[in-house]
Design a protein around this ligand. Structure first.
Ligand code: HEC
Ligand code: HEC
Length: 257
């Protein structure tokens, strides 16, 4: 009997770390053999043994894969704690006027891996965000760590495929100066203009952010930051889709670009 119990415990132990795997089914089958005669028990024992070997072979690559993705996340966390924490703070939650949050859930749900990688590699010229090209492949680990903090599914693909903004840049400038420049600075110059909003008029941001990325950020805002929603009755302003596109059209033409 102890042999069956041992296999049972081993099974539970082995599959403990494999998500979604239904240990219950296997363990119940093995436990049920308690009531069998010695012969059938032996049969069950050897069947269980074969089952264990089979499942070990089947899931080995998965445990390896999840181990290496865990290693990546740990490496990313280490890099963030060494190279980014000074500005982006503990857990990359950001600090107004110093650096934005990198773990904000709306941000992570709309930022593609490409956007994150390029921003980290190139930094944002003319802002406090330095380039980290020397991290080379390790940038993947930083992105993996940030992804491990995601609370919402990624929408980056559909958002980046949205149509380009078609709008009246002059009207957009009027709206920007009135509603956005207080935080994002004149021409979207960012913190250097004294506000708490990032440099959305500079090339470092504009060259990697799609119009869909900007549109969604303006519509939804970013929770727990000063970037609020600018659409709907709860918004800081209730801008129409066209007005939002006018602002994006303006940002694409700002002088500081
Ligand atoms: C009360 C201050 C405030 C106002 C007003 C404001 N923003 Fe923001 N915005 C922020 C902050 C702060 C962030 C970055 C969030 C963070 O710090 O984590 C941000 C982020 C953004 C981003 C994403 C930038 C990036 O670096 O990823 C866009 C796009 C944006 N804002 C557009 C606008 C537009 C357009 C307006 C006007 C309609 C506006 N914001 C008004 C504070 C503001
Ligand atoms: C010296 C301060 C500083 C350090 C160190 C720093 N950053 Fe930044 N980072 C910033 C600032 C400031 C911005 C916003 C720039 C702007 O105004 O557009 C930023 C923006 C970003 C953005 C864009 C966020 C958004 O809302 O669009 C990402 C991604 C980012 N940083 C990742 C990193 C990573 C990863 C590291 C460490 C490897 C790092 N940063 C280190 C200051 C810093």
């Amino acid at each position: 009997m102890s042999g069956v119990k041992l296999i049972h415990t081993k099974l539970i132990y082995y599959f403990h770390h494999i998500p979604k795997f239904n240990v219950q089914i296997i363990s119940t089958k093995v436990i049920n053999s308690n009531n069998s005669t010695n012969k059938t028990r032996e049969k069950h024992n050897s069947l269980s043994f074969i089952l264990v070997i089979f499942l070990i072979l089947l899931f080995s690559p998965i445990t390896h894969a999840s181990q290496s993705s865990n290693d990546k996340i740990l490496q990313g966390k280490k890099i963030i704690n060494q190279s980014c924490i000074y500005c982006h703070q503990e857990d990359a939650i950001g600090k107004p006027g110093v650096a934005p949050s990198l773990t904000n859930k709306e941000f992570l749900s709309i930022a593609s891996d490409k956007f994150l990688t390029a921003t980290i590699r190139e930094g944002r010229p003319g802002t406090g965000m330095p380039p980290f090209a020397h991290l080379a492949d390790k940038i993947d680990s930083v992105v993996a760590y940030l992804r491990s903090k995601s609370k919402l599914p990624s929408r980056a693909k559909e958002i980046d495929q949205q149509a380009k903004a078609k709008g009246d840049a002059l009207h957009g400038k009027h709206l920007f100066d009135k509603i956005c420049a207080g935080c994002h600075g004149k021409n979207g110059d960012g913190y250097s203009a004294g506000g708490t909003g990032t440099a959305i008029g500079k090339v470092g941001f504009l060259s990697h952010a799609s119009d869909g990325f900007m549109r969604t950020t303006i519509k939804e805002g970013r929770s727990n930051t000063r970037m609020r929603s600018f659409q709907g009755p709860a918004g800081l302003a209730n801008l129409s889709d066209q007005e939002i596109d006018n602002i994006i059209a303006y940002l694409r033409t700002v002088p500081s670009k």
